[in-house]
Write a protein that binds this ligand. Structure first.
Ligand SMILES: NC(=O)c1ccc[n+]([C@@H]2O[C@H](COP(=O)([O-])OP(=O)(O)OC[C@H]3O[C@@H](n4cnc5c(N)ncnc54)[C@H](OP(=O)(O)O)[C@@H]3O)[C@@H](O)[C@H]2O)c1
Length: 339
């Protein structure tokens, strides 16, 4: 394959509910020649993240949907193989947003150089990248955990949840994780050092969560929604803070949500317990906190206060299957495709 030929995965159709392999299509294209200020990239690693499910849908959201026939979006780590930007030379490793493809043309101004000596480059897609930053900014800015408080987070073995719990502990709070299945629960407790962990697949999950939070919940970092939220809601303390980061349990949902309208009950508790519920998209905090995050998180990793786990899948052709599995909890750590 010549350097300017790329294999890419495009959105073939919009999913109804759970995505399937038929929603994706593989194509081979020849990339255009470089203009001044551009570089040619060989993609080494592609990040797979839950937000991509939103891009596959035409529903109105905070970001424009991916159009049918367009390359699936995504964060990538790449090697510069040709450059018409004086800042970059062949061999440089960069963080780019090139999506699900093997080669890409990018504007130099959109790239950030990576130093493989200071950290494995894959961490730029996980603990030192967007998911780690999401945990940092959402927890510290909205959650504001204090010494002795109880912080609860679900999807606790994933890149956002695992960072939330570990940062909460750094701040002196008690971290309680919720994860799916015994293997993930063991990881959350033994590797990430949470004070307690509850399996959300356990039919007695609500009682187990109550037992794990004897002093109630002061910060609930909302990653999933669904039945986890139902178990958390009665345990919230007065003045609890709830950063609403994601609702992965409902990303594949179609039509109206089942059950009675619970909004009046929610609003009564918001009022009587003085709850703070605040949604956020991580990029709103990047300009103000991005540099501090990278410095502080790198230090926490070096000190051993923050650990991370990556789940690396080989081959771009396996990205659709791995992504479908991510929405069902089949990943075990930060999901990354190695090309
Ligand atoms: N607001 C933002 O700017 C922003 C940025 C990044 C990520 N996010 C959100 O943060 C959340 C976590 O992202 P991540 O990258 O760290 O993902 P992740 O943890 O690697 O993967 C998602 C996890 O969600 C859990 N899950 C799926 N369905 C569930 C259900 N029905 N009930 C309970 N848990 C379920 C699964 O873990 P278990 O097997 O343990 O259940 C799955 O592994 C997502 O909601 C994502 O959309 C938001």
């Amino acid at each position: 394959m010549s350097p300017s030929e790329s294999t890419r995965i495009v959105l073939a159709s919009r999913p109804e509910g759970r995505p399937t392999a038929q929603n994706f299509r593989s194509e081979h294209v020849t990339l255009p020649p470089l203009a001044d200020g551009q570089v040619l990239l060989k993609i080494l690693y592609l990040s797979l993240d839950p937000y991509m499910r939103g891009r596959m849908s035409a529903a109105k959201s905070y970001a424009a949907p991916t159009e049918i026939g367009q390359v699936m979006e995504g964060g990538t780590v790449a090697e510069v193989i040709e450059s018409r930007d004086p800042v970059f030379k062949p061999g440089d490793l960069v963080l780019s947003y090139s999506g699900w493809q093997s080669r890409a043309v990018a504007d130099g101004g959109q790239l950030r150089k990576l130093d493989s000596k200071s950290a494995p480059v894959t961490t730029a897609l996980g603990v030192l990248g967007m998911p780690g930053f999401t945990a940092y900014a959402g927890l510290l800015t909205i959650g504001q955990p204090k010494r002795g408080e109880t912080v609860v987070v679900a999807a606790a073995s994933g890149p956002v949840g695992s960072a939330v719990g570990q940062i909460a502990r750094i701040k002196g709070a008690r971290a309680v994780g919720i994860a799916g299945g015994p293997e993930k629960c063991a990881l959350v407790r033994d590797m990430f050092g949470f004070d307690a962990v509850v399996d959300h697949r356990d039919p007695d999950m609500a009682n187990k969560l109550a037992a794990a939070c004897p002093d109630g919940i002061d910060v609930y970092f909302e990653n999933v929604g669904g039945h986890v939220w139902d178990a958390v809601f009665p345990l919230l303390n007065s003045f609890a803070r709830i950063p609403v980061c994601g609702l992965v349990a409902q990303y594949n949902a179609t039509g109206d949500f089942p059950g009675p309208d619970r909004l009046p009950v929610l609003m009564r508790q918001v009022l009587s317990k003085s709850l703070t519920i605040r949604g956020f998209i991580q990029r709103e905090f990047v300009a103000a906190q991005g540099a501090a995050f990278r410095e502080e998180m790198a230090r926490w990793i070096a000190e051993g206060a923050v650990k991370y786990k990556e789940d690396i899948v080989e081959g771009l052709e396996n990205a659709p299957g791995a992504f479908i599995g991510l929405l069902e909890g089949k990943n075990f750590g930060k999901l990354i495709v190695k090309l």
